[in-house]
Structures are given as structure tokens and as C-alpha cells.
Design a protein around this ligand. Structure first.
Ligand SMILES: [Mg+2]
Length: 224
């Protein structure tokens, strides 16, 4: 169990963790890239399979993968990002943490400003609980590979520093393996992997999270 008396900061991924992952939107963006590059698109089923393995761009032939990904991210329409309501039970779990005096922050890979992310989730009710949002401000250094893009160590470090909280007094929850591995790399005390983003449990387990839950709604099962 996670003893909340010893936890001062909870870090959350956003998409797939607090709100549903916008899979259809990302698939649409992907089909656009196929069209623009004049490549025969893969089937939606194949896209789904690669998505669930957290190997999305693995569906693209290796010879053109870099070109494809560069195109994908350079034309990505952040301002069309869909708006969602929170995943069922998420607000209740955030409320539980707040009652125990835990600060709450979003650490997201979205390459927008925190004001843009706040605007995008302004109708969700999340902002009454969230104390801070840490985003990725641009395409990551070292290129836009999946690994670079999903790494959250900079955002985790920033958030801990902002609240003057040691990683050992923080927890991190997310729906993709890099949420977990980034937390572990930064010595976050407990990591929680969630199935709510659509990634298969075997894939999430490879990142060795302390807990694996169906969604954040189940947080009360692992805290005391
Ligand atoms: Mg996510």
C-alpha cells in the first residue's frame, strides 16, 4: 500500500490516464500522413495492434519510418486536439488525494504551452484539483523517436523542483511504459501503471510498475 502520509506530490500523465486517449484523432492524423506521402495506408486493425503494443510506428516500413515520423510530428494539429470528460472515477481519486494534502500535477508529452493544455481541459473539472501542469514545449532534443517523445524525466524533475518535493515523496501514474520508466529513473517512490489508455498489460508489466490498475478510479485500493 502507498502510505499517503508520506506522499506530498502525485504526478499524472494526462491522455489515457485522466482523460481518454484520443486514439481516433491520432489515427486520423496518421491516415493524413499516408496520403501526403503517397503511401498505401496500413489497415485500422493493424494500427490498433501496434498501438496496444506501444509500438505505433512499428507499423511503418523501417526504410521510411524516420521520414514518416518527422512528417507526422511536423504537421500534427495540436489545436484540433479533441476535448474529453475525465475517465470515470478519476475526479473522486483526485479528491481523495487532495483531502490527504497531496499536491497534484499533470506531466504530459503534449507539445503545447501549459495554458493551451489548461484551455483544452477547462471543461473537465480537473483544474479544480490540479495544482500544476508540466508540458513538453517542443519536439524533444535528439529527434522525435518514440523513446525521446515519451520520455517524461524533464517534466517530472521540473514538477518536483517546483513543489520542493523529493522524488521519494512523490508518486507517478500513467498509461504507457515510459510514464513508469521515467518515474523510476527519477526515483519516484511508487509508480502506478493504468490499463485505461489501451496498452496491453504484458507491455506495461515490462516497465515493472509498483502497481497495475484498470484505471485511476481504483486508486483507493492501493493507498492508505
Ligand atoms: Mg498517456
Amino acid at each position: 500500500m502507498i502510505d499517503l502520509d508520506k506522499i506530498n506530490l502525485a504526478l499524472f500523465d494526462l491522455d489515457g490516464t485522466l482523460i481518454p486517449f484520443p486514439r481516433d484523432f491520432l489515427f486520423e492524423q496518421t491516415f493524413e500522413v499516408f496520403r501526403e506521402l503517397n503511401i498505401e495506408p496500413v489497415s485500422r486493425n493493424e494500427m490498433m495492434a501496434h498501438f496496444a503494443k506501444f509500438d505505433f510506428f512499428g507499423m511503418i516500413d523501417a526504410e521510411i519510418r524516420d521520414t514518416f515520423m518527422e512528417k507526422y510530428w511536423s504537421r500534427f494539429q495540436w489545436n484540433s486536439y479533441p476535448q474529453f470528460m475525465p475517465i470515470d472515477g478519476v475526479l473522486e481519486s483526485l479528491a481523495l488525494l487532495k483531502r490527504r494534502g497531496v499536491k497534484l500535477a499533470i506531466v504530459t508529452s503534449r507539445a503545447e504551452s501549459r495554458e493551451e493544455v489548461a484551455e483544452n481541459i477547462s471543461n473537465t473539472g480537473l483544474l479544480s484539483y490540479i495544482d500544476h501542469i508540466e508540458t513538453r514545449s517542443s519536439v524533444p532534443e535528439g529527434g522525435s523517436s518514440d523513446a525521446n517523445w515519451s520520455d517524461k524525466t524533464p517534466q517530472i524533475r521540473e514538477a518536483c523542483q517546483l513543489f520542493s518535493v523529493a522524488p521519494s515523496e512523490a508518486i507517478m501514474a500513467g498509461d504507457v511504459p515510459p510514464d513508469i520508466s521515467s518515474g523510476k529513473r527519477e526515483n519516484i517512490s511508487k509508480t502506478i501503471a493504468l490499463l485505461s489508455g489501451g496498452i496491453r498489460s504484458e507491455i506495461l508489466k515490462e516497465a515493472d510498475p509498483d502497481y497495475l490498475l484498470s484505471s485511476l478510479a481504483d486508486l483507493s485500493q492501493v493507498v492508505s
